[in-house]
Design a protein around this ligand. Structure first.
Ligand code: PMP
Length: 400
């Protein structure tokens, strides 16, 4: 093709690449103490930096099998239909909805922050009948409230966020699965912000579909998302009348790609993020070495130390009940007399620390500080407290 064209003419019409592309990549170091991504430990970075192998090589399938075991441990499940999505937490969220729900079916969504809002929107876009249970950010639902809504709307799926990162709330899950099953409904739980930080037991708590993200307490780079389906969920999704709207997220194909469908051969579906899977495997290995219970205990201890330090600074924790506070993401009410955006900008500029403001319905209500996985230790908590103390001294708004 190039040969047939006049070379001089081609060169004269080729536009030049923008000069930024001739400069080296710059990615500054930051303390990522927001709600995620969190800093990635050198061991996980090194795993992700290993030479690429083919996504269909037998060694890669071995690594994917290891990832499956690592997720089964992290989720406390023996579900065969366990895998990692090629994509962020949203990919897992869409995968669950697209595969479980058929257009026209009813879905019940608990909204007490942004994640329920997201799920309701995705379900609406795919043509489900969406019913919602709504509380202001930081609120939670009793099992009786959930049961009443299940009886009224008869949904095929109920969605609950375990770690509501936009409010800093960890939602009780005990008994919810049993209640859902009483109404022939499946339970879908989002543990993106809580996995590894707060206790969650997929099988024991009768959760049908559970997903998380790689970039929070697991400390892998963003871009992969563990998910698992119970037998009950598999029965529903593999006996559909219609095909799921997404080819990429169709579990018929994904279950084969992950060697979960019992077929002797895996066939090409899409090219998985090889480096992302290497890193995810390493982060799951670290969790297995640490032990889930130790990880939960450690997050709680550091969070309690941090909460005490915040109160000593005169700050108000957004979630009043200690038992409902998410240990990985702490939320504080915006202190009176301060502009939250100025506080965040000051801390980023002078301390190289990322904190975050609210998200969705919690914007303008709170600040969010995440200390998870590798970042979760008292030294980092002390650093975050010192940065806040400094910002509170420097950023007070004038009363004029
Ligand atoms: N659910 C929760 C609870 C989250 O905190 C997040 C990420 N902040 C997501 C879902 C979405 O994950 P992602 O950004 O990886 O798509």
């Amino acid at each position: 093709m190039f040969k047939m064209l006049d070379k001089r003419k081609v060169l004269s019409v080729l536009s030049r690449c923008a000069p930024c592309m001739l400069r080296p990549l710059e990615a500054p170091f930051r303390y990522l103490f927001g709600p995620g991504p969190s800093n990635v430990p050198p061991r996980v970075l090194a795993a992700g930096g290993r030479p690429i192998i083919g996504h269909m090589h037998s060694e890669m399938f071995g690594i994917m099998n290891d990832i499956k075991k690592g997720i089964q441990y992290a989720f406390q499940t023996s579900n065969n239909m366990t895998l990692a999505m090629s994509g962020s937490g949203h990919t897992a969220m869409e995968c669950a909805l697209f595969n479980i729900v058929e257009p026209g079916e009813s879905v019940l969504v608990a909204i007490n922050g942004i994640w329920g809002e997201r799920v309701a929107e995705i379900a609406e876009r795919m043509g489900a009948k969406v019913h919602t249970l709504v509380k202001t950010p930081g609120g939670h639902f009793t099992n009786a409230e959930i049961e009443q809504a299940l009886a009224k709307h008869k949904p095929v799926l109920f969605f609950l966020t375990h770690g509501e990162s936009s409010a800093g709330l960890v939602h009780p899950v005990d008994g919810v699965g049993d209640t859902c099953h009483k109404y022939n409904c499946l339970l879908l739980v989002d543990s993106v912000a809580s996995l590894g930080a707060a206790p969650l037991l997929m099988d024991q708590q009768n959760i049908d579909i559970l997903y998380t993200g790689s970039q929070k307490a697991l400390n892998a780079p963003p871009g992969t998302a563990p998910i698992s389906f119970s037998e009950r969920a598999c029965h529903k999704m593999f006996n559909r009348k219609t095909k799921p709207v997404s080819y990429l997220l169709d579990m018929t194909h994904l279950s084969n790609y992950w060697g979960n469908d019992g077929k002797p051969e895996r066939t090409y579906h899409h090219t998985g993020p090889v480096s992302g899977f290497f890193a995810l495997r390493e982060s799951l290995a670290i969790l297995a070495e640490t032990g889930l219970e130790n990880s939960w205990k450690h997050h709680t201890e550091v969070a309690e130390y941090f909460w005490k330090g915040l109160e000593d600074l005169g700050l108000k924790l957004f979630i009043k009940d200690k038992d409902l506070r998410l240990p990985s993401v702490t939320t504080i009410a915006i202190p009176e007399g301060y502009n939250w955006k100025e506080l965040l900008a000051y801390i980023m500029k002078h301390h190289r620390i990322e904190f975050a403001g609210g998200l969705g319905p919690s914007v303008g209500m709170l600040l969010r500080i995440g200390l998870m996985g590798y970042n979760c230790n008292k030294a980092n908590a002390a650093m975050a407290l010192a940065a806040l103390e400094d910002a509170l001294k420097q950023c007070r708004m004038s009363k004029a």
